[in-house]
Every structure is written in structure tokens, then in C-alpha cells.
Design a protein around this ligand. Sequence first.
Ligand code: ADP
Ligand code: MG
Length: 229
Amino acid sequence: MIKLNQVTKVYGNIKALDNVSVEINAGEMALVVGASGAGKSTLMKLLYQEEKPDSGQIIIGNIDVSSLSHTKVPYLRRRMGIIFQDFKLLPNKSAFENVAYALRGLGAEEYEIQKRVSGALKLVGLIDRAFNLPSELSGGEQQRVGIARAIVQGPPLVIADEPTGNLDPSTSFDIFSLLEKIAQRGTTILISTHNQDLVKRFGKRVITLDKGRIIADTGSVNISGFSYQ
Ligand SMILES: Nc1ncnc2c1ncn2[C@@H]1O[C@H](COP(=O)(O)OP(=O)(O)O)[C@@H](O)[C@H]1O
Ligand SMILES: [Mg+2]
């Protein structure tokens, strides 16, 4: 689903990512951990095309996004859902309209919007709050809206950069459980987190970054047909 091949991203004299190679399979829920400044957000931004690598190759699905022209970026973005630490909801729009926003932008039919948005809000357990503004929702509820918005178009890939960074431990657990449920439906999910407690409790593949390099990866690796943990 995702393949990074010797990817380097430099800011000035800082190597935010330093020769990173990693593969994530379709349907996998993988966690990216590491101290602040380790390169987690840079990795995410390269995947959702907010940044371009200085060298190396990034393949998502069958598309080499490292050489994708700018005009194709919106098309690729539609195939992935992005979830942010600070939710990034439109403050003057209801939960429903936040989730509907991209569909409306694409000119979807009203019945289609109603069906998809209601389905996404039901999945995240927020159908009862559909017409509340973000300011009327708790942090955890706002992040559920963010998740509904990310999945409303049924993307094969969801990228979440510190989705629980602003949430308390029990809400964070609920958000991770929800992401796990979405992964179990066949969506590939890559989540960056600081939260070691969640990392331990969920027992998923953990990719550890340090100063822009992968220093550990609990995922299985295939070398010449042999697989080990
Ligand atoms: N736009 C930028 N300009 C300059 N340096 C940046 C920029 N974005 C990130 N960096 C640097 O790259 C490194 C990795 O940052 P980041 O990917 O945000 O780490 P993390 O998300 O793990 O905290 C840090 O040293 C950070 O200061
Ligand atoms: Mg970050």
C-alpha cells in the first residue's frame, strides 16, 4: 500500500528524514513513534503531499507520488483521509457540514451527501450531535468528526498525525479503538503518536523514528522469502 524507498527530506541543515525505507501493507494499522523532532510529521506530510522529498521514492497504491505533478495531488488526496492533532474543523460549520464539505466541493448529489455523511457520523458514534458546532463538542467528539471527515469518501488509506495529542488518556483510548475498528474494515491506517501507553495497549506494528531514521520496526520483514518478527 505504502512504500518508501531511501527517502530523505532536508530543512536547511536538518535532515528531518534520513534515508528512510519502509513498507506498509494494505489493511495494516501501523504506529509511528519517536521523540519530538524525530520526523514523524515530516513522514506524514510526505505521504499526504504537503511536502516533497529531496531524494528517494514514495509509492502509494501503484502511484509514485514523489514525482507526481501538482495537478494530480488533489486526486490523490481524495484517496486518503487525513486526521490532525488539532482537528482542523471549520468552526462555523456543524459536524455534519464539516464532514460533508469535501463532498459538496466535488458536486455530489444531496441524497449521496446525506447517505455518506450520516453513515460516517454513525460509525464514529456522533449522529446525535450532527448539527452541533465544533465549539459545542468535547475534544474527543471533535476528533470523531475529524475521523468521520477522513473516512467519508471511503479512502483506502488514512493518515493520522498525533490524533490524540490534545486528548486525555481515556478519550485517547476510545479514539484509538475507533481507528482500530476502521482498520478492521480493511483501511490501511498510519498513526503517529507520543503515547507509549497506547502503543503498548494496542499491540500494533511500531515503527520508531529517531533523528529522521528508523531505529526499530516490529513489523515482519521479508528477506529472500524468510519472514521474522
Ligand atoms: N518547515 C520546517 N522548517 C524547518 N525545519 C523543520 C520544518 N518542519 C520540520 N522541521 C524540523 O525537522 C525535524 C523533524 O520535525 P517533525 O517531522 O515535525 O518531527 P515530529 O513530528 O516527530 O516532532 C525537526 O528537527 C524539525 O524542527
Ligand atoms: Mg509532529
